[in-house]
Design a protein around this ligand. Structure first.
Ligand code: 6GU
Length: 259
């Protein structure tokens, strides 16, 4: 969705109120994203669960093209870095102009800069952000943004893993998806997010669907026994076994909050 389409959309329905819902949960989230390649965000956020969240008015995503807000000629938003070295840096003034414009229109709970040197994004962070009312996400490109913007405006720096992407957009889409699906009413069965991998500190157990026997491979009998208690116990055992095998780091005292 581009900025104009967003504007229309937000004129036509009540925006999420932001803040103050039951038990501190807001009824919806508004997320503004600043980017020099806004098209990169269209598809990841335009389908499936993210599309439904926006149609239901539970999630509002507004993508802003930084080039539309630069005071410099020819849409310039980056320049050579002081001290020399390869790669351009995003200039502070265009970012400041757009951030201040947005901040004059509403209060953001967090101003998030997507960067590989940020704090690692995880389920706990997604849970925390899903309870906010308004987030502003800045996507960097080239060598990143001028350090002074980080000092002046940014309240949170987020990385999605130890590898380098060519820009923050795909990482921002990951954050919006992980956060958006946690907003109550976005998933059809709200409890299903509670059974996700990581939500209880464990990986998810294996799942099966019909047919019960497929190419000589049978579904575990217990899933067909009809006793919800037995099935829950089996699922928990499998989740634990899988976590021990694949991600023993998740079972350390540290991660379980015992230290
Ligand atoms: Cl948030 N941005 C970029 N450019 N690369 C990344 C990242 C973010 N997280 C991991 N790699």
């Amino acid at each position: 969705m581009n900025e104009e389409q967003n504007q229309e959309a937000s004129d036509n329905h009540t925006p999420p109120s932001g803040g103050g819902g039951v038990e501190g949960r807001s009824v919806g989230i508004r997320i503004d994203i600043i980017s020099v390649v806004p098209d990169l965000l269209q598809s990841p956020l335009g389908h499936s669960i993210m599309k439904r969240a926006q149609q239901r008015g539970l999630l509002e995503v507004h993508v802003h093209n930084l080039r539309d807000h630069t005071p410099y000629k020819h849409g310039q938003v980056d320049d050579y870095q002081f001290g020399g070295g390869a790669g351009m840096v995003m200039m502070p003034e265009p970012l400041a102009i757009l951030i201040e414009k947005l901040q004059s229109e509403r209060t953001y709970d967090e101003v998030i800069y997507m960067t590989p040197d940020g704090d690692s994004f995880n389920q706990q962070t997604a849970n925390r952000l899903s309870m906010k009312g308004a987030l502003l996400i800045i996507c960097g490109h080239y060598k990143g943004i001028d350090e002074r913007i980080r000092q002046k405006f940014v309240t949170m720096e987020v990385s999605i893993g130890d590898y380098v992407l060519s820009g923050g957009e795909l990482a921002a889409a990951v954050v919006v998806d992980a956060v958006g699906r946690l907003i109550p009413g976005v998933l059809n069965d709200e409890t299903s997010a509670l059974l996700d991998s990581f939500q209880d500190g464990l990986l998810a157990p294996p799942v099966y669907t019909r047919p019960a026997e497929w190419r000589g491979m049978a579904v575990p009998d217990i899933l067909l026994c009809g006793d919800p208690k037995k099935i829950d116990a089996w699922r928990h055992e499998e989740a634990f076994r899988r976590t021990e095998e694949r991600r023993p780091d998740l079972l350390s005292d540290d991660v379980l909050g015992k230290t």
